[in-house]
Every structure is written in C-alpha cells, then in structure tokens.
Write a protein that binds this ligand. Structure first.
Ligand code: NAD
Length: 271
C-alpha cells in the first residue's frame, strides 16, 4: 500500500485528489494538508470532500501528517517550493501538478529531482499526454509545409496563470518537433498594428470564463484548409486519477525528474 498525502486538500483539485486516492486500489490516504490557518483544520477531510467521515484529519503542514511515501501537490508555486524542500529533507517522493512557476523555480524543481523521485506534469490527463504525440506527428508533417500553428486554450474564471501550463506543453511539443525554440517563436499577445504573422511563430490565445475545466485546440491553418487537434476535459477527476497513478508509480522509482510521458511509457514515441 502506498501512503499518499494530498497537499492543498481543500482546493478544487485537492478535493478530487482525496476522492481519487480514497478510491484507488493500492493507495492509502495518509494525510491531507490544507492552508495554514484554514477554518478546516482538524476537520475530517472526507466530510469536506463529500466522502463522509474517513478518519483522516486536515492538518496545516506536511510535518503534522503521519508517515507517508509520496506527496501530491496541486497548490501554488510558493507552497510547492516549500513542500519540495520538506520532501528532499525527509526523502519523500512528490507529484507536482501546480502550474505557473517562474524560470528559477523550474530550475530548482529539476535540481531537487537529483535527490528524490519527482513527477512534474502541467497536465495529468492521459488524453492530453497522448495528444502530444499526435501534435508532434502533425507538426512534423505540416509545420514547414505552409501551415500556421496557433494554440487556443479556455479555462474557468478562477485560473490565475496564463497561458495554461498545458498550452505551453503543447507549444513545446510542436516547436520541438519542428526544431524551433518556443522562447523565440511563441507569440503571447497581439494588439493594435502588430503586422502580419511570420511563418515560424506559434501564437497563443486565452479564454477565461465560467466553469470551463480545460480545453485546448492546436490549429494548423493553411490556405484553403485547416486541421484542429482538440482536447476537452469535462471533469477534474481525469487529472486527479492521473496524478494518483503517477504517485503510486513515483513511490517505486529511484531519484529523478519524471513526467507523465515517462509514467505512461510514451517518451520515446513523443520525441
Ligand atoms: P485552488 O485554488 O482551488 O486550490 C489550491 C489550494 O491550495 C487551496 O485550497 C489553497 O488553500 C491551498 N493552499 C495554498 N497554500 C497552501 C499551503 N501552504 N498548504 C496547504 N494548502 C495550501 O486551485 P486548483 O484549481 O485546485 O488548482 C491548483 C493548481 O493546480 C493550479 O496551479 C492549477 O493550475 C493546477 N492544475 C494542474 C492540473 C494538472 O493536470 N497539472 C490540473 C488542474 C489544475
């Protein structure tokens, strides 16, 4: 049985993760951490997540959880960085779902993975991770053949970072397949007299509203035709189940930096 702690357990994703850990064979919910000072501290996390009493109390810090093997973190960048230090110090695996890290934080995440098994994915759905392979194939066939590439993403009104981590991941998959550097060819804003697009650029457009769980479309547009590859998530449970599977997998891995492509065995096909 793999002992899992959910960090950010009262959040939109956290509640789903508690349900997913509770339901998944081979996983045991060893702890549930909520924001320090939260009014939920001391409550039975099952009651917060719609499961009824499950005998796991919400705590305000990883240090207050019982012993565990792996943390699943869907919180905020600063919280993740603190959790990472704790995991390195106590030799625990971590699955990171949080998005919106800056470059320094991403570099620190990679550095910490020298010491512990660490899975970081901007999207834990199997469908999105399979889509990356389809996108790389389409980009190789179309990207240098007169097709312009644009990425559109839509999320709920509460999302705080943009474009989404998934949109960036898709951008990197497409750019990588074409030998382009997304840092150079990514276009994240067009306003006013911005002129015609270049053939190399990969444009990003962002929609925020309502309760949209997450939708991504990569458009390959040429004169006279276009191809669109779309993924639509209709429930956060798809991310939660993927992250819990990643946690069970991570607990068995040696120290290293992994993503969902590693866990799903898709790496060699995607690259
Ligand atoms: P949310 O705001 O609903 O949840 C975040 C939770 O973290 C909140 O309950 C907050 O109280 C808690 N938190 C903050 N600081 C904390 C601390 N120090 N200790 C414990 N808990 C703390 O947000 P959400 O929609 O659940 O998303 C969380 C993150 O996950 C975002 O970065 C989002 O982009 C990302 N996300 C990733 C995926 C993926 O597949 N990788 C999918 C969905 C969301």
């Amino acid at each position: 049985m793999t002992r899992v702690v959910v960090l950010g357990a009262a959040g939109r994703m956290g509640r789903m993760l508690v349900q997913a850990v509770h339901a998944m064979e081979g996983a045991h919910l060893a702890g549930a951490v909520v924001r320090p000072g939260s009014s939920l501290l001391g409550a039975d996390i099952g009651e917060i997540c719609g499961l009824g009493k499950i005998g796991v109390t919400a705590t305000g810090a990883l240090a207050d959880s019982g012993d565990f093997d792996v943390v699943i973190d869907f919180t905020s960048p600063d919280t993740t960085m603190e959790a990472l230090s704790f995991c390195v110090e106590h030799n625990k695996a971590i699955v990171i779902g949080t998005t919106g890290f800056d470059k320094q934080q991403l570099a620190a995440i990679k550095r910490h993975a020298n010491a512990i098994a660490l899975v970081y994915a901007e999207n834990y759905s199997t469908g999105v991770n399979l889509s990356l392979n389809l996108l790389a194939t389409a980009a190789r066939a179309l990207g240098d053949a007169g097709f312009d590439i644009e990425i559109t993403e839509a999320h709920h009104r509460h999302k705080v970072d943009a474009p989404s981590g998934t949109a960036l991941m898709m951008g990197r998959a497409v750019a990588g397949a074409l030998g382009r550097d997304l840092e150079r060819c990514g276009v994240f804003s067009r306003v006013g007299q911005c002129g015609p697009r270049s053939s190399e650029e990969i444009g990003f457009s962002v929609i925020r509203g309502g309760d949209i769980v997450g939708e991504h479309t990569v458009t390959f547009a040429a004169e006279g035709e276009r191809i669109e590859i779309t993924h639509k998530a209709s429930s956060r449970m798809t991310f939660a189940n993927g992250a819990v599977r990643a946690a069970l997998w991570a607990a068995q891995q040696p120290a290293g930096y992994y993503d969902m492509q590693d866990m799903l065995g898709l790496k060699s096909k995607a690259e």
